[in-house]
Design a protein around this ligand. Structure first.
Ligand SMILES: Cc1ncc(COP(=O)(O)O)c(C=O)c1O
Length: 453
């Protein structure tokens, strides 16, 4: 019998809890601050735009939080997702490494994002909310929330980053098919959008400002974020928990876990169950967060308090940031164009628990094409960054002559990213650098706030 390629779990093994890494974080986490008072934000500050169920999760110190039956029921449509052993890739790379990838592209929206979208829609519905407003970069998050809102009978309004709106018209149609309304951001529908009209390519930071403004202005509308916040990272931990079980079936445990980072949610979801084991049991799995060199928050950003959006409407978050008004260059991995990172992830990078690595987009696409030609799946440009970092790990293993078990987070497919693949295959994709001058400008414009230790 050849060794198996797919490790699949039955629906009965969909996790029953989400793993909360907050109680295990080293040191005392710095709280989000109210920008006017510089005091920690309380539930009452967040209540105008989030339901209490999610606010409670945002600050919970419970190590595990039960997943409501209604959410597990929706998860049944695509979870558990498959874990693959990449035999064909291992042969192509001629590496002694054992390479596994966890594929979230089997969800209806094509990525990991529905894991939190359905949960967020559920808690909002439970508290009588009528509509959710949100932003989307690559279109993955907007699609996921459109889907989640459809399941729980909520309206959905999406502000889509301008460049993605232009590059990916069918992502918009997908959101509309699930019942959402989609606007190109910056739009002239909000004050925040009008103030950023000169940045026509848009950014996640600008689109977030627009959606927050819509939610704050209306009693029955809430805001929903697809990454960064604790409750979003929490919901994604179904990914890592399933991996632990699937790797057990394969009789292996990873030496290294690699994922891509935009705001940090898929990487958190994949890695936090392993982080917890490292911290509690003294295991030494390496955790590698891979980000674009053109938007290098974890590798070159400042560890400071900053706004989550461009206009400065959100609480100040403790995180690695390139500055809230940094508009990242229009690289094709739209989902990775965010100026900051999840505070929990930033803290773990700061403590040295998680490593970070910056990848150029042509190197990422080169890895994605090589992967597609042997494994079949065409990866999204975001997880292409994780693939590149994993290829480097496989090459290191070869040089060292060691077996190394590598687990990759393949967070979504690239079926709506054909224009990016087309540009790469035609040799028209270039690498964009984040300059020292960009960094100096970013640092000058960070808000006044207490220093982080
Ligand atoms: C497929 C995919 N992977 C990764 C990301 C990055 O987001 P995060 O860091 O929150 O996982 C996105 C964002 O849209 C995405 O669509």
């Amino acid at each position: 019998m050849p060794e198996p390629t797919k490790f699949e779990l039955p629906e009965s093994e969909i996790p029953e809890v989400w793993v909360n890494v907050l109680p295990d974080l080293p040191g005392t986490p710095s709280p989000p601050l109210h920008p006017a008072t510089q005091e920690p934000v309380g539930p009452e500050d967040l209540a105008p735009i989030f339901p209490m169920g999610l606010i409670a999760q945002e600050v919970s110190t419970e190590p595990e939080i039960p997943i409501p039956d209604e959410v597990r029921d929706a998860y049944r449509l695509w979870r558990p997702t498959p874990l693959y052993r990449a035999h064909r890739l291992e042969r192509a790379l001629d590496t002694p490494a054992h390479i596994y990838y966890k594929y979230e592209g089997v969800s209806p929206a094509g990525s990991h994002k529905p894991n939190t979208a359905v949960a967020q829609a559920f808690y909002n519905k439970q508290e009588g909310v009528r509509k959710l407003a949100t932003e989307t970069g690559a279109g993955q998050w907007g699609s996921a929330l459109a889907l989640g809102c459809g399941f729980f009978d909520l309206e959905c309004e999406v502000f889509m980053v301008g460049i993605s709106y232009d590059q990916k018209p069918y992502r918009r149609v997908m959101m509309e098919t699930w019942g959402a309304t989609v606007h190109r951001s910056p739009s002239d529908l909000t004050e925040a959008g009008r103030s950023q009209a000169e940045h026509q390519s848009g950014s996640l930071g600008i689109a977030i400002s627009e959606a927050v403004q819509v939610a704050a202005a209306s009693e029955d509308t809430n805001y929903s974020l697809g990454s960064v916040l604790n409750h979003v990272c929490l919901h994604q931990t179904v990914i890592g928990q399933e991996c632990l079980r699937q790797l057990e079936l394969a009789g292996e445990y990873p030496d290294v876990v690699v994922g891509c980072v935009g705001g940090g949610s898929n990487f958190a979801g994949l890695s936090y169950p392993f982080v917890r084991r490292n911290l509690r049991e003294g295991l030494t799995t390496r955790l590698v967060a891979s980000e674009p060199a053109a938007c290098p928050t974890l590798t070159r950003g400042a560890y400071r308090y900053d706004f989550g959006d461009t206009v400065g409407m959100t609480p100040l978050l403790p995180m690695y940031t390139l500055g809230h008004d940094f508009v990242p260059p229009p690289v094709h991995a739209g989902g990775l164009r965010y100026h900051g990172d999840a505070p929990s992830l930033s803290g773990l990078v700061r403590e040295g628990v998680i490593e970070a690595k910056a990848i150029q987009q042509t190197a990422a696409f080169d890895a994605a094409v090589r992967f597609a030609r042997v494994e079949g799946i065409i990866p999204g440009p975001e997880p292409a960054h994780a693939l590149r970092a994993a290829f480097d790990e496989a090459e290191d293993a070869k040089q060292a002559g060691h077996e190394r078990v590598i687990l990759i987070g393949l967070s979504g497919h690239g079926h709506f990213d054909m224009s990016a693949y087309q540009a790469f295959l035609a040799g028209e994709l270039s690498d964009l650098e984040f300059s020292e001058q960009d960094m100096a400008t970013a640092l000058e414009r960070l808000p006044q706030a207490p220093a982080l230790t």
